[in-house]
Design a protein around this ligand. Structure first.
Ligand SMILES: Cc1cc2nc3c(=O)[nH]c(=O)nc-3n(C[C@H](O)[C@H](O)[C@H](O)COP(=O)(O)OP(=O)(O)OC[C@H]3O[C@@H](n4cnc5c(N)ncnc54)[C@H](O)[C@@H]3O)c2cc1C
Length: 416
């Protein structure tokens, strides 16, 4: 069923009795050309682009819970392509371009909203660093504007410009950045993949990966064995656990990241604002709640819940940036498991095992990558080689030293 004004009017007239489920609740078949392990945004997007771009439709997405139950449905929904390093910039810009046509492509309302992402700076040195990043973006054909304090004040007069420790001196604005509705992104890709023949198999946990003579043969699951010629691992925070089933040890640590939503208030912030002197980012949902977050909890965990010290740290960041946030009540808080890579950049690559491919290491920035990641991973699986766009995201870069360290923080996952 195609969604349109016509179908909406038709269903309104017949009491909304004709809507069909957006995707089939498929049972696993014994054999597939490609298995995608992990039904988050990236896994579903991979299956969609395998079918759409490469005509590979004998594909199943295996999800241990329900689709979108992981980080896809837990993030703060920020999308942007404001990176410094060429290896990152070309990838995130490809993803941004896919976001820009995604809803038409999927025939699904993912609430993509290019409301602007503003990174604040608080010192001369930081301004120079942001100018450098903005120049790099523009050299890649990506929009970037360096604003002074007065230009920022005109946009967000309620920020604490005169903060004694962290005065706001200006910001780097990417107007094409913004937000998208995370669940709808997962649902839209699931529907698009399903319409092209992909099986979306929920409540199907992969418990083992078969490898014979250096080649994958299939997987064991909670719903029985499934054979496959190729397997793509897209398990975000659980990447290390699943890769270990094939005997692989990944350069990834799992950490918790929390998000918060306040009670609903009148329209206040029409874009995304990030604090440059701490880790705090905020936007406002269409329901009125302020959606915000900060740093990871900083210890390894597979639990989808966070600890109190980071709650305090995030609130302090909010108070330093916009003190009136102290009058708001926090309504909801949750955590997700981040797949923190050693240099803060992701991996989209083949593995040493033939037929086994890896998509992981998204740290806390993988939501914006969802379409680009799926598009590149589908290419890598279909063609058995990376596309130029994801050619820097190699698994062996940690052995060769070709790190992609956007932050310059070194090989320290908890600093990325
Ligand atoms: C609080 C929070 C805020 C964030 N904010 C942002 C943001 O503002 N912008 C941004 O760009 N990124 C953000 N991120 C990061 C982003 O959400 C992730 O990087 C991205 O969603 C990861 O890809 P995914 O959607 O495929 O992951 P997931 O949705 O986690 O998908 C992985 C799936 O694999 C499944 N799985 C695991 N093990 C198995 C198994 N053995 N068998 C079968 N299935 C399995 C899991 O159940 C899960 O559904 C945030 C993350 C969190 C937690």
């Amino acid at each position: 069923m195609t969604y349109s004004l016509f179908s909406l009017a038709r269903e309104a007239l017949r009491g909304h009795t004709g809507w069909k489920p957006a995707w089939r609740d498929a049972a696993p078949k014994p054999d597939y050309d490609v298995l995608i392990v992990g039904g988050g945004g990236h896994g579903l997007a991979t299956a969609y682009y395998l079918a759409k771009e490469h005509g590979i439709t004998n594909v199943a997405v295996l999800e241990k819970s329900y689709i979108g139950s992981g980080n896809a449905g837990r993030n703060t929904t920020i999308i942007r392509s404001n990176y410094l390093l060429p290896g990152n910039e070309r990838f995130y810009e490809k993803s941004m371009q896919l976001w820009e046509g995604l809803e038409q492509d999927l025939n699904y309302n993912a609430m993509v909203s290019q409301r602007g992402v503003l990174n604040l700076f608080h010192s001369d040195a930081q301004r120079d660093q942001y100018a450098r990043r903005g120049n790099s973006m523009r050299l890649h054909g990506v929009d970037a504007e360096l604003l002074d304090a007065e230009q920022v004040r005109a946009m967000y007069p309620f920020l604490d410009f005169a903060n004694a420790r962290f005065p706001i001196r200006g910001g780097l604005l990417q107007r094409r950045g913004g937000t998208a509705r995370h669940d709808a992104v997962a649902w839209g890709f699931a529907r698009g993949a399903d319409r092209r023949g992909v099986d979306i198999v929920q409540n199907c946990e992969v418990t083992g990966i078969g490898v014979t003579n250096g080649r994958v043969t299939g997987v064991q699951t909670s719903r029985g064995p499934i054979l496959a010629k190729k397997i793509g691992l897209v398990c975000a925070g659980n990447s290390s656990r699943v890769a270990a089933m094939a005997g692989l040890r990944l350069p990834i640590e799992s950490h918790v990241l929390q998000a918060f939503v306040s009670e609903g208030i009148k329209p206040l912030i029409d874009g995304v604002v990030t604090f440059g002197a701490g880790h705090f980012y905020v936007s406002q949902s269409d329901k009125g709640g302020l959606v915000f977050g900060g740093d990871i909890d900083g210890y390894n965990s597979y639990a989808q819940r966070g600890s109190l010290p980071v709650v305090e740290d995030v609130m302090e960041g909010g108070m330093a940036l916009m003190p009136m946030i102290g009058r708001l009540r926090v309504l909801r808080q949750w955590g997700g498991i981040m797949d923190m890579s050693m240099d803060g950049s992701p991996i989209i690559d083949r593995t040493p095992i033939e037929g086994l491919y890896l998509n992981a290491g998204w740290c806390y920035g993988g939501f914006k990558a969802t379409p680009g990641s799926g598009w590149c991973f589908a290419h890598t699986i279909a063609k058995d080689e990376a596309h130029f766009v994801n050619s820097a995201y190699r698994l062996d870069r940690f052995a060769t030293g070709a790190l992609l360290d956007e932050r310059g923080a070194g090989a320290t996952p908890n600093l990325h």
